[in-house]
Write a protein that binds this ligand. Structure first.
Ligand SMILES: Cc1cc2nc3c(=O)[nH]c(=O)nc-3n(C[C@H](O)[C@H](O)[C@H](O)COP(=O)(O)OP(=O)(O)OC[C@H]3O[C@@H](n4cnc5c(N)ncnc54)[C@H](O)[C@@H]3O)c2cc1C
Length: 447
């Protein structure tokens, strides 16, 4: 009789188009396992909003597995230790998993050696598949996108299996004992608009398909439901990017789908950058930004500014609406992410890493690769980013992208786009940011 196979779930919490599941199932009865790992060396524990999402997603995954004849085993600890022990306990033959991009998995996977079978990836393109003519990685998005098209569309996604052969699972933890949900206070009440899990991802995709043709026209308008809101589902792997790609192309056709499928390739690009810069959430790609004289946020004015930004009390309606959307719902519109990140790093000259960490803690889609790239892009410290001197003017952005509906929803005390008792004045803050940047540039360097 075939020996049991451990199916190690990470950020691939789905049954459809799940290469690790397919590989494990072909080899023998499966023991689907999720490990809450806060302790492996170098691993960055999930933030609070992601933990909320994870709890709900694991509930749904277990229910979907149970409906097909298997159960989800939960264990907590260092992934490599837990998996080695589990192999001993169960006599399992192998561990099956999907390839992931976060740099901390490498040493863990190395410890598992040939017991680990890696299948497919959490992305559409294989790591390193798209290279320049001279074999080096791309550092600029547009040529990466063009070169990617030679390898896309991705293969047609596989459906979820109707039945699964589950091996008798050993004893595991209870999800409720992991304390992933907030208790007192329950700050996640506003997260009720989300439906984590694979069925929720499919529902979000279906809803988006009815508006996909308007994506290009509406994606930058925060008052409109213009974007897909698939980011937490994609981050947790509740739906494969290939499934999203094919569904969107089937409705809109390859050409009209491009403004959207291009965004899916930004995600691929972020993963490639993460491979080149594994510490991209801590170190600027452009080293001169290490010398930026950041505002001290431990005391005085800097401390007050940071609190005002985090709580959405800067006096700028679009910034405050964005920060409150983030706090209330665990998500923020992409255009507004750019505006608030620019405001923090340029108007307030607060270290981008402080903002990156706040997003990591509060976003339900917090993603090492996308978040680091987003912050570096806005600051201007990334290999492919806007120039530092592009400083988003919050009022002009709010007007241009017609944000009044959005402001009314999340910061209703404001009547218009203009600031009310702002913590900093735009013109002066902009000038100070540009002066700091000029001082940082090496003599003779051209902007
Ligand atoms: C400062 C900053 C921080 C960010 N942090 C994150 C993060 O932690 N996690 C995250 O998933 N995205 C992050 N983004 C990228 C982007 O804002 C979100 O992916 C997007 O807002 C998600 O909404 P959506 O699913 O409706 O996107 P859609 O416009 O519907 O796009 C579809 C999918 O494409 C991918 N995508 C879209 N834009 C980008 C992008 N610029 N970079 C990489 N992938 C993209 C996402 O997976 C997204 O779900 C960040 C952007 C900025 C400027």
């Amino acid at each position: 009789m075939a020996r049991p196979q451990i199916l190690w779930f990470r950020q691939d919490l789905r049954l459809a188009d799940q290469p690790a599941l397919a590989g494990a199932q072909d080899a023998g009865p499966i023991i689907p396992t999720y490990i809450l790992d806060d302790a492996s060396p170098g691993l960055r524990p999930m933030g609070a909003a992601s933990r909320w999402w994870l709890h709900r997603s694991l509930e749904r995954l277990d229910a979907a597995l149970a409906a097909r004849g298997a159960r989800l085993l939960l264990r907590r600890g260092r992934s490599a230790d837990v998996l080695c022990q589990l192999m001993e306990e169960t006599g399992a033959e192998a561990i099956h998993a999907t390839r992931h991009a976060e740099p901390w998995w490498g040493p863990i996977e190395a410890r598992l050696g040939n017991r680990l079978r890696l299948h497919g990836a959490t992305r559409m393109l294989r790591p390193g598949q798209v290279r320049t003519g001279s074999g080096t990685p791309y550092r600029v998005f547009t040529p990466f996108w063009r070169a990617s098209l030679a390898h896309l569309p991705p293969p047609t996604p596989a459906p979820a299996p109707a039945r699964l052969a589950g091996a008798a699972p050993p004893a595991g933890d209870r999800l409720t004992d992991w304390g992933l949900l907030p208790q007192n206070p329950d700050w996640a009440r506003g997260f009720a608009e989300w439906q984590p899990g694979e069925a929720g991802a499919e529902a979000a995709l279906r809803a988006f398909l009815s508006r996909v043709e308007a994506y290009a026209a509406r994606r930058d308008l925060p008052s409109e439901p213009g974007t897909s809101r698939l980011s937490p589902h994609l981050h947790f792997g509740e739906i494969s990017p290939a499934a999203v790609w094919h569904a969107v192309e089937a409705v809109a056709g390859p050409q009209a789908a491009q403004p959207f499928t291009r965004q899916l390739v930004w995600r691929e690009f972020a993963h490639e950058l993460l491979a080149q810069y594994p510490d991209g959430h801590e170190r600027p790609h452009r080293p001169e930004f290490e010398r930026m004289p950041w505002t001290d946020t431990e005391q005085g004015e800097g401390r007050r500014w940071l609190r005002a930004w985090q709580k959405g009390r800067t006096g700028y309606p679009i910034v405050d609406a964005g920060m409150r959307q983030l706090w209330q719902t665990g998500w923020m519109h992409n255009r507004v992410r750019m505006i608030v990140a620019s405001f923090l790093t340029k108007h307030l000259r607060i270290d981008w890493r402080t903002g990156e960490r706040w997003f990591w803690e509060t976003l339900v889609d917090a993603d090492l690769a996308n978040n680091a790239m987003g912050w570096q892009w806005v600051l201007g410290s990334g290999v492919d980013s806007q120039p530092y001197y592009r400083i988003f003017a919050p009022v002009a952005q709010s007007e241009k992208f017609d944000a009044l509906g959005y402001i009314r929803r999340f910061a209703p005390e404001y009547a218009g786009h203009g600031p009310v008792n702002p913590i900093v004045e735009h013109g002066a803050a902009r000038a100070a940011a540009l002066a700091a940047w000029q001082a940082l540039r090496a003599p003779g360097q051209r902007g």
